[in-house]
Design a protein around this ligand. Structure first.
Ligand SMILES: C[S@@+](CC[C@H](N)C(=O)[O-])C[C@H]1O[C@@H](n2cnc3c(N)ncnc32)[C@H](O)[C@@H]1O
Length: 715
């Protein structure tokens, strides 16, 4: 069924056969089955796993799509309690799982301490075992699910982050949070939400709900407590289709009587439509998924447009150095918000000019210049604004003198075509094929209103400041001209995202030359971890509200103007760990922020903390603010706190940290970021410093990308 992937982890795999379980589960709409990999070692040949009765019942594709193999508890326990932290039994199980091509092996949680094994030994051996398995499965199609007995407590996060830190957050390992039924009364909803939100940054792929945690409604059907319903809703909204749900344990609910849920695995006959006996639990999860509050977040145009891009790293565009392609422009132009806001901004600027008497003084002529016009959507937006102005001012109508400046000669072909074919362009729009920094126009053509969209995910990273300063220097605009955008500000915030860190590391093995093939020169680890990436961050948690970095305004006094910058942003202790800041599919939510703040108070500054894997960069731009007759303004923003809802032209920028940093509870993180340039390039350098609650420096990164050695933007 679309929208939710649910698997079954039955308490016993009947007769040791996955094949029956998978077929009944699939018949009910479940997607996979979890069951033990190991059979006892063959009595006749102790070096081998036992023969399996289900081996011939499942095809290779059923193994590789429908089965998650459980590593045995006893093997893990023995490994963790051993003196050397290794286990032949686990190696055999993992190897067999890889041989069968199963998509994942699931490890049980860290075993409970015993008299012979103190917690630290168990944890270190568990981490070693996990690390060794992560490496073993790398390159195969089998991943590792690390189960966590989830409790919304500091200890739980600490344990998991310690294991993953020891393994360097391997891309092959993700978390399966097991909710133990029954104990939820001990914790408040606020604690669940804060801790889950934080845990998601460590890479959660699965949530296991035991059937014993379900209550029974009046008709005997399974239901969840109000609190757990809210928890499940939150995870669904935050994680969408990326989360695998697992129903575990016995069939504990029998609406209509015990017989109605009997499953005869031998004949596969069962009560109508409930082949597995777990159908009612599955239906309940779908019922929550279909609630309007969840549907509103997951089933909208923006979410479906973004689906293929979640956590997918892309190289930032360089529209100045490179010529964009037709399709790239076409994608921009689909944005329903950006061009509308630009059109409104041009209209506001025209109204100001009219109030100030500019257009009358110029005989009704308005010079509008779109610099970096691409295929012309901002020209069209400006023409629309002129039409709206004229419709509203029949007595003071204006005549537009529209210039479109574009350096991409391929896009210019399109602009020229529009000048010939589109009625409102013919005789009104002229095209100048030039870099705006070198273009020349006659005095009478200089712009009253200069319109541009040269913004990157981090505002100035596509070199809007250099281009617009250049246009001003080369005399394209009048001394009293206004610029749309008027200003743009970049923002930065720490990000906890094991997933993005893994994706950045994976770039190390990608060839630097797209045409080079498998033997090409690899990108290398240093470059991979010192490059900012454009990415629709999803499996990550922004830990603090974003803070301002660099601001650029246009037009401006160019005497001694310098576009190099340094910003230091300090992120104070925030025990809400980013709850309500809008990660995943969610938008910033003040209500959730308040929930998180309360938890901070409750935790009383315990031993919490959060792992930071990098920084997320965004921008907010004031397109235009009215100077006369009101305070209206138009903005575009991808900063979470001011996000322009519905706009999907930009995804944030991810600045990785070479090594993830642990930010302890009550501690601060200071981010330093530089914007540096030379004759040919502009680049960013970044570093972080961590202080504990007493103000001691307890962590410091190197300065990333010194002298632009790994990444720069061509001027
Ligand atoms: C981000 S695209 C925006 C295109 C279009 N305005 C839109 O909104 O779809 C930036 C455009 O500016 C052009 N551009 C960038 N730097 C330029 C420069 N220095 N002079 C002229 N055009 C430039 C690029 O070729 C590209 O077409």
């Amino acid at each position: 069924m679309p929208g939710l992937v649910i698997g079954l982890f039955p308490d016993v795999v009947q007769h040791g056969r996955y094949d029956h379980h998978l077929s009944v589960a699939k018949a009910d709409g479940l997607s996979f089955v979890i069951g033990p990999l190991a059979q006892q070692p063959s009595p006749s040949n102790p070096g081998l796993l036992s023969p399996r009765p289900d081996l011939k019942g499942l095809s290779g594709s059923e193994w590789s799509n429908g089965i998650v193999g459980l590593i045995s508890n006893t093997a893990v326990q023995a490994c963790c309690e051993s003196t050397h932290g290794t286990s032949q039994a686990i190696s055999d199980e993992v190897e067999w799982a890889m041989h069968m091509g199963v998509p994942a092996v699931m490890f049980p949680p860290v075993p409970p301490p015993s008299s012979s094994s103190p917690p630290s030994t168990l944890l270190e051996n568990y981490a070693r075992m996990m690390n060794s398995t992560a490496l073993r499965v790398a390159g195969s199609q089998t991943g590792v699910w690390m189960s966590v007995n989830f409790t919304p407590t500091e200890g739980c996060y600490r344990e998991v982050s310690r294991v993953l830190m020891s393994c360097e957050f391997p891309s092959t390992v993700s978390l399966n949070l097991v909710f133990r039924g029954g104990e939820e009364g001990e914790y408040g909803l606020d604690e669940y939400l804060v801790h889950l939100n934080r845990m998601i940054g460590l890479g959660v792929v699965g949530i296991t709900l035991p059937t014993e945690g379900f209550l029974t409604n009046k008709k005997g059907y399974p239901t969840l407590s109000k609190k757990m319903q809210s928890v499940v809703e939150f995870v669904m909204k935050r994680g969408g289709e990326k989360i695998r749900w697992v129903l575990s344990g016995q069939k504990a609910h029998h609406p209509g009587g015990e017989d109605a849920n009997m499953v005869d695995v031998g004949s596969q006959s069962s009560s109508e439509g409930n082949h597995s006996g777990y159908l009612h639990y599955l239906q309940y999860l779908f019922h929550v998924r279909n609630r309007p509050s969840v549907v509103a977040v997951l089933d909208n145009e923006e979410a479906s447009a973004e689906r293929g891009y979640l956590d997918y790293l892309q190289a930032p565009l360089q529209p100045l150095a490179d010529n964009l392609e037709f399709m790239t422009y076409e994608t921009f132009e689909k944005d329903p918000v950006k061009y509308r806001n630009y059109e409104n901004a041009v209209l506001l600027a025209m109204e100001d000019g009219s109030h100030e008497g500019k257009w009358v003084a110029q005989g009704g002529k308005v010079n509008i210049m779109v610099v970096g016009a691409g295929r012309g959507p901002l020209v069209q937006a400006s023409l629309n604004a002129v039409k709206r102005f004229n419709d509203a001012n029949p007595i003071n109508r204006v005549t537009p003198n529209m210039l479109a400046v574009e350096k991409n000669k391929n896009a210019v072909v399109f602009l020229h075509s529009r000048c010939q074919l589109e009625e409102d362009w013919v005789g009104v729009v002229r095209v100048i094929t030039s870099d705006m920094r070198d273009a020349m126009v006659s005095e009478s053509d200089r712009a009253d209103i200069v319109v541009s969209e040269l913004l990157g995910s981090f505002g100035d990273n596509e070199l809007s400041p250099e281009c617009l300063d250049g246009a001003q220097r080369s005399g394209l605009i009048r001394s009293n001209a206004v610029s749309i955008p008027t200003d743009y500000v970049s923002f930065i915030a720490p990000l906890s995202s094991a997933k993005l860190h893994q994706e950045a590391k994976a770039q190390a093995y990608v060839s630097t030359d797209p045409g080079a093939g498998p033997m090409g020169q690899p990108f290398g680890f240093l470059r991979a971890m010192e490059t900012p990436y454009v990415v629709r961050t999803h499996s990550g948690t922004q830990t603090h509200s974003e803070k301002e970095c660099f601001k650029f305004s246009h037009p401006r006094d160019l005497d001694g103007a310098d576009n190099q910058r340094y910003a230091r942003a300090t992120f104070e202790a925030d025990g809400a760990y980013g709850l309500g800041l809008g990660s995943g599919y969610l938008r910033e939510d003040e209500g959730l922020r308040d929930v998180g703040r309360d938890v901070d108070g409750k935790m009383g500054g315990g031993e919490g903390g959060i792992v930071v894997h990098g920084l997320t960069g965004t921008f907010d731009s004031l397109l235009y603010k009215k100077r006369t007759g009101g305070k209206e303004e138009e903005r575009i923003s991808i900063a979470p706190s001011t996000f322009s809802v519905g706009m999907f032209s930009w995804f944030p920028l991810f600045f990785p940290l070479r090594e993830p940093m642990f930010l302890p509870a009550g501690g601060k993180m200071a981010v330093s970021i530089w914007r540096i340039k030379d004759d040919k390039n502009v680049w960013y350098e970044w570093a972080v410093e961590v202080e504990d609650r007493e103000g001691r420096i307890v962590g410091k990164s190197n300065i990333h990308n010194v002298n632009g050695r790994s990444y720069k933007v061509g001027l």
